[in-house]
Write a protein that binds this ligand. Structure first.
Ligand SMILES: NC(=O)c1ccc[n+]([C@@H]2O[C@H](COP(=O)([O-])OP(=O)(O)OC[C@H]3O[C@@H](n4cnc5c(N)ncnc54)[C@H](OP(=O)(O)O)[C@@H]3O)[C@@H](O)[C@H]2O)c1
Length: 307
């Protein structure tokens, strides 16, 4: 059994640790080789030191996959920059060369409200490109390897902030001017729409979406945007409104490993920002077939990738 996890910090690190503890060989993928190699080494030591980690939180849905297999220290880093289509292509080619199959793809890496607008070579705004479109491209390219798995799963990470006040795909390329918060919410809504649409189109795999609630990770300290400064102030004054990265990883681990995880479903913490995993409420726009179709078309056209 093996898994690809995009990202190596915060929630991605905890998900990788949990999967390795359950016996999966894990490939962590990210853009900074020094950070990635260091994270892989840390993960290997952590698994060796404490081989089995219990599911992060208990609750009705948190019966994650059992640790039937021996924990795996086969944890490797591979370079992947989701903002660079060429890097995604190269990553997928290396994966195909090295692996006959892939069991799980965890689409976790993300950015939130960067201070400045930057557009990818395909004209996508950074948050749309990294959080959503890069993962669409990646999963599309990994489809042949997923098809070779006995229990293929794709888990996509959304956010409680997945309700942009307008749904306009021109915002995917900042075509109406750059509003960091709108672009973030749009990217996270698109992650959810993608997971649901992938489940509808591909019955042979499980595609779930999750959100982590609020977690104490680096995500909020990377930007000077007003909303991010406000959130940092709230977390400082009220530290209990966010959970640890390990607890925030629980919905993703559940979706990746539990027999009870349902394809097309959306999972998040019981009390919205924290708590054990349970089914979460999908915004209406994520269920809208026309909007999902429009997003899928745009994604295929922009990336040139068909699933
Ligand atoms: N923390 C929360 O409360 C929260 C709430 C809702 C949703 N989320 C979502 O949860 C996911 C994980 O967030 P986190 O809290 O763990 O944040 P984090 O600690 O900032 O981790 C983000 C990860 O994404 C990677 N990344 C950024 N740009 C990338 C790129 N171009 N290519 C490849 N990797 C890239 C980062 O690598 P570098 O270090 O090299 O930049 C890092 O490993 C994100 O999708 C986020 O939107 C988090």
């Amino acid at each position: 059994m093996n898994a690809i996890v995009t990202g190596y910090g915060g929630i991605a690190y905890e998900v990788a640790l949990s999967l390795a503890g359950r016996g999966y060989d894990v490939i962590i993928a990210g853009r900074d080789s020094a950070k990635g190699e260091a994270a892989a080494a840390k993960l290997r030591s952590a698994v060796a030191a404490a081989p089995y980690r219990k599911p992060p939180l208990s609750g009705s849905l948190s019966r994650c996959g059992s640790p039937s297999a021996r924990p795996s220290t086969n944890i490797a880093f591979e370079h992947l920059d989701l903002f660079e289509p060429e890097s995604i292509r190269a990553f997928a080619e290396r994966a195909a060369d090295k692996h006959g199959h892939i069991d799980i793809v965890m689409c976790i890496a993300g950015v939130m409200m960067p201070d400045e607008l930057s557009l990818s070579s395909q004209g996508a705004e950074r948050q749309f490109a990294v959080n959503y479109l890069g993962h669409f491209d990646l999963v599309g390219r990994l489809m042949p390897l997923l098809r070779n798995s006995k229990d293929p799963r794709v888990v996509t990470v959304s956010s409680v902030a997945n309700r942009p006040f307008r749904f306009d795909l021109r915002d995917a390329g900042a075509g109406r001017g750059y509003r960091a918060s709108i672009s973030y919410a749009l990217s996270k809504l698109c992650c959810l729409m993608y997971a649901a649409e992938l489940s509808r189109r591909e019955h042979w795999l499980k595609s779930c979406c999750v959100h982590p609630g609020f977690a104490g990770t680096q995500l909020f300290s990377r930007s000077g945007h007003f909303t991010m400064r406000l959130l940092r102030a709230i977390f400082f004054v009220l530290p209990f409104v966010r959970q640890t990265a390990r607890a925030a990883a629980a919905p993703a681990v559940f979706a990746a490993t539990s027999e009870n995880a349902k394809s097309g479903a959306y999972y998040g913490p019981m009390f919205t920002v924290m708590g054990p995993p349970r089914r979460a409420l999908m915004p209406l726009r994520a269920k809208n077939a026309k909007l999902r179709e429009a997003l899928w078309e745009l994604s295929e056209k922009t990336t040139g990738i068909r699933h």
